[in-house]
Write a protein that binds this ligand. Structure first.
Ligand code: RUB
Length: 316
């Protein structure tokens, strides 16, 4: 069995060569498609068990971005439906190809739509602060810029992995006015900031947003200065299992992302903690911008029910 696409994508997601909730979802779906297309299966039974094992492996690459299991489960659900219809192996693989292509196209389209919806929330002369690197956020800022609005962006460095440098670099190349600031400088600049705009790895049923570590601290400071706090997220980042009381797992990464190996060796009594994400409570969020419309965090549960009530009935 040629597991190449699945194994390499699993590793790329795990060590963050592919990162960001939207990108990892699309990468996993493309890996599943390639896995189906590039292997010969002796029976439908073998196909299904291998496909489900590949899906489980991909889902285990990173635990927090719910876009990853949501995307993989979307593909696996298509395989299950095919099985229930007693489709041939060739038909099932054909269906999976279509479903995977559809997911990737609709994901890209959703980001673009969010860009257009969100751009309307950026006013002429605004100062916008963002954290980490989110495609949904850069889509909004780019769309506002392309609409001719003049505004300034502050991008936090986002330690320890410095994804803020990606954001600053992307925006500067697109012609936006952007300044990179240390994470610890957020409160200094927040007095100037009109709106904070961040992405999401997962959104819980109560409207809480799970995003890059440091997001909740920024929300607190934004609350203090009454800056608006917006979240941009495609609906496949909604965590439906939180409707059933499940918690979103927060990823803890290697201490060597925080300090060099030699330093830790020389200071072996020091414990280094490296949580990768945190939770911003709904009270600190003004609006969540999705491709299905813009919602107050308290409205997210209704969107979840509308979009995902049926699959939820099958849980448990
Ligand atoms: C990335 C991160 C991003 C969200 C949304 O964390 O927290 O804000 O994933 O990104 P990491 P997008 O770098 O650890 O993956 O809007 O691109 O899906």
């Amino acid at each position: 069995m040629r597991n190449g696409s699945v194994d390499s994508t699993y590793l790329m997601i795990k060590d963050m060569r592919v990162r960001g909730a939207g990108r990892i979802a699309r990468a996993a779906v493309i890996a599943l498609k390639e896995y189906c297309d590039n292997n010969r299966f002796s029976s439908k039974k073998e196909f299904h068990s291998n496909l489900f094992a590949a899906g489980e492996k991909l889902k285990s690459a990173r635990p927090t971005a719910v876009s990853l299991p949501n995307a993989v489960n979307y593909v696996l659900a298509a395989a299950k439906r095919s099985e229930a219809k007693n489709s041939s192996l060739r038909e099932t693989i054909g269906t999976i190809d279509v479903v995977c292509d559809g997911f990737v196209a609709s994901s890209l389209k959703a980001t673009k739509t969010i860009g257009n919806y969100g751009a309307k929330r950026i006013q002429e002369g605004d100062v916008v602060l963002t954290h980490c690197n989110s495609e949904a956020v850069t889509a909004i800022l780019t769309a506002a810029h392309e609409a001719g609005k003049k505004f300034e962006v502050f991008a936090t460095e986002t330690r320890p992995r410095f994804q803020g440098r990606i954001t600053a670099s992307v925006l500067a190349k697109r012609g936006l006015d952007v300044s990179l600031i240390p994470d610890s400088a957020v409160r200094v600049y927040m007095r100037k900031v009109d709106a904070v705009l961040v992405g999401a790895d997962a959104i819980a049923a109560n409207g809480a947003v799970i995003n890059k570590i440091g997001t909740s601290q920024i929300a607190l400071v934004a609350h203090e200065t009454r800056a608006r706090f917006f979240v941009a997220a495609e609906t496949y980042k909604l965590s439906t299992t939180t409707m059933l009381g499940e918690l979103v797992e927060i990823e803890h990464r290697s201490p060597y992302e925080v300090v060099p190996r030699a330093w830790l060796k020389a200071n072996s009594r020091v414990k280094v903690k490296n949580p990768s994400f945190d939770i911003t409570p709904p009270e600190y969020i003004d609006l969540i911008i999705t491709e299905k419309g813009i919602y107050p965090p308290q409205g997210i549960v209704f969107l979840m029910k509308e979009l995902y009530a049926e699959p939820l009935l099958g849980i448990g």
